[in-house]
Design a protein around this ligand. Structure first.
Ligand code: SF4
Length: 310
């Protein structure tokens, strides 16, 4: 029998997150700094969340769309091919504005009238913004509290997971590479134990999904866990194929979105920062092999570039 669904006390969770960043370990960077005193940690964030893009998006997976998409600057990783690089390394870069409930409420009312089903927090990495995000959600009028989609790099640790587990309706977790050497080389993850951190997050979500113990207000049949994997040029054999195998076995409830439309962004565009393959798109043969393997391993759980295969 499933446990009764808990209704989150958003104000209490926001207060807990605000206290937590006095000795910030919201992510496994474990900076241990007091963010009440300024932008002093790895993520260069204090208590405010810079929102640099806010729109009603039809471009996420069909299960989530249309979604009120909020891009927040700053991150716990430094991925070489990041499409949001400028906002990751400089979170308050224009046109960022502080995330506020009154600012968001006016937009949400319009987007809900146009069909918004969910609210998606994206980055960068939204987890580093927990105090501001939870406070904003707590202050929103109840009719505007759409089911929350948390689009994360998966590196978030037990404290942040416990603050989020009753708030998030759908976890969208990026799983990018399958060894820590690649994580250091491609994701700027050093000295984090990237694989262990992402897999611990996925395990926590899977356990909660099985227990039915966590949830959020009004879930609308969303998948509890959606794992995204981006096929990176030159990484098919080393990352994508072993990762697909792993996804097929270890997280059986997850929907998996294999994303194949890599475009060079961020430092991947530079001449010396990373492998030359990162400066091209995926070859047709790489894409076809990845899709065929994923189809074999994942069946109906697979999406390719957000869509079900015919
Ligand atoms: S959230 Fe920011 S300050 Fe806190 S541990 Fe992570 S990187 Fe460091």
């Amino acid at each position: 029998m499933q446990a009764p669904r808990a209704v989150p006390d958003l104000a209490a969770l926001a207060a807990a997150a605000t206290r937590a960043v006095e000795d910030c370990r919201l992510c496994p960077r474990d900076c241990g700094v007091n963010r009440h005193l300024g932008r002093v940690g790895f993520c260069r964030l204090d208590l405010e969340a810079p929102c640099y893009k806010a729109l009603l998006s039809h471009g996420e997976e069909p299960e989530l769309s249309p979604t009120a998409l909020l891009d927040l600057g700053g991150c716990s990783l430094r991925c070489l091919g990041c499409s949001e690089w400028d906002h990751v390394v400089d979170p308050w870069r224009a046109p960022a504005v502080p995330l506020r409930a009154d600012w968001l409420a006016a937009r949400l009312a319009r987007w809900i009238a146009r069909g918004a089903r969910t609210i998606s927090f994206v980055g960068g990495e939204p987890t580093v913004h927990l105090p501001a995000v939870l406070k904003t959600l707590a202050e929103l009028p109840a009719p505007l509290r759409l089911p929350v989609v948390w689009n994360t790099n998966g590196v978030l640790g037990p404290q942040s997971y416990s603050l989020l587990r009753q708030v998030v309706a759908c976890w969208v977790v990026d799983y990018k590479v399958v060894d820590d050497g690649a994580a250091r080389r491609l994701l700027g993850a050093g000295p984090l134990a990237y694989i262990a951190e992402v897999e611990a997050t996925l395990d926590r979500i899977e356990v909660d999904a099985a227990l039915g113990a966590a949830g959020s207000v009004g879930e609308q049949g969303l998948p509890r866990l959606l794992i995204r994997h981006l096929l990176v040029p030159g990484e098919l054999e080393r990352s994508t194929l072993p990762l697909l195998e792993r996804l097929s076995q270890r997280w059986p409830s997850a929907v998996v979105n294999l994303m194949t439309m890599w475009l060079p962004h961020g430092p991947a565009l530079g001449s010396a920062a990373g492998p030359a393959a990162l400066r091209r798109v995926n070859l047709d043969a790489e894409r076809a092999q990845a899709i065929a393997e994923a189809q074999w391993l994942l069946g109906a759980r697979l999406r390719v570039d957000g869509k079900r295969l015919p």
